[in-house]
Write a protein that binds this ligand. Structure first.
Ligand SMILES: NC(=O)c1ccc[n+]([C@@H]2O[C@H](COP(=O)([O-])OP(=O)(O)OC[C@H]3O[C@@H](n4cnc5c(N)ncnc54)[C@H](OP(=O)(O)O)[C@@H]3O)[C@@H](O)[C@H]2O)c1
Length: 277
């Protein structure tokens, strides 16, 4: 069994959607964690390889959540460099947060497998939390979501489920060399997801399918960094073409229970008041 009880687990993206939840879970079990982010101590920055060694110093395992997105060109090489450095330093237990149906994400997975690591891959669908902790939260609060996507179904997965799986694979034996494809239990179009949020929040929140040109204009108006604008375009115009319109049993396989339904997420999140305008 891998000994992760003494040395801390380095959680890259440890203040983000899944990393923060994983850190909470491990800390509750008295397992030491080190937050790997620019605000962490020591600071970890994907853009500054000089910061990687100090973050890896003395840790027993690493949860790799890449930023800004594993679908961005070049992400695979950067994740590979980190994985190889960790293995060189004797840190073999690496868990990668990946994405579905994305060329770059699948390249990163293959590179991780070839790095000599004791790997586990969590290949995830869209997080439900994109509507509450991600780029769609403002639109939800404003009451209208406009996206260049039609009736395609996405099996939104809850970040709590991803964190539960990450905690399990990092603390229990039997998960090395496993790829878990994690989806929620139901396919929903973006229009249906927004309608469920509206119902849960008791508010009228409209969904509007917009043209690609309108979307590009809206993204430009927000002054987003170029890689983020590229990413949204890639996700909405290429990846959301129906290739991911399937449910998988990754959560059931890893945890022995059903994943959280989107309406349960919407109800809990509405109760937190985050969507109240
Ligand atoms: N969101 C989805 O639906 C989804 C679906 C499938 C896969 N994924 C994958 O999941 C990963 C995380 O995505 P997310 O949307 O959940 O983001 P996130 O984890 O919420 O991103 C924020 C985290 O990244 C850290 N960060 C930002 N810039 C950084 C930098 N230059 N160096 C080091 N850390 C940095 C932030 O901490 P600091 O600000 O302190 O640095 C924070 O901890 C991505 O690789 C994405 O491809 C996401």
């Amino acid at each position: 069994m891998i000994d992760t009880t003494q040395k801390p687990i380095l959680i890259l993206g440890g203040t983000g959607k899944t990393g923060r939840r994983l850190a909470e879970r491990l800390t509750a079990k008295s397992i030491p964690v080190r937050i790997g982010s620019r605000a962490g101590t020591p600071s970890f920055d994907w853009l500054d390889k000089g910061s990687w060694d100090a973050a890896l110093e003395g840790v027993g395992a690493v949860y790799i959540s890449y930023y800004p997105d594993i679908a961005v060109p070049g992400a695979a090489e950067t994740v590979e460099a980190l994985a190889r450095l960790a293995v060189e330093r004797g840190i073999k237990r690496l868990v990668l947060l990946s994405g579905r149906g994305e060329t770059e994400a699948q390249r990163a997975e293959e590179m991780l497998k070839a790095s000599g690591a004791d790997w586990t891959i969590l290949r995830c669908s869209w997080f439900s939390q994109n509507f509450s902790e991600g780029f769609l939260v403002e639109n939800i609060i404003e009451g209208e979501v406009g996206l260049p996507v039609g009736a395609v179904g996405e099996p939104f997965v809850d970040a709590d489920d991803i964190a539960d799986v990450a905690e399990t694979v990092l603390t229990e034996p039997g998960h090395v060399g496993q790829l878990y494809e994690l989806t929620g239990p139901r396919l929903l179009s973006f229009a249906e997801a927004v309608a469920e949020i509206g119902k849960a929040a008791g508010r009228d929140i409209r969904f509007r399918q917009i043209s690609h040109a309108e979307f590009t204009e809206a993204v430009a108006a927000h002054n987003l960094p170029p890689e983020f604008a590229w990413l949204l375009d890639e996700l909405f115009t290429k990846v959301l073409d129906g290739r991911n319109e399937t449910l998988t049993d990754g959560v059931q396989r890893a945890l022995g229970r059903q994943p959280k339904d989107f309406f349960a997420y919407a109800t809990e999140t509405a109760a937190s008041g985050i969507w109240s305008n």
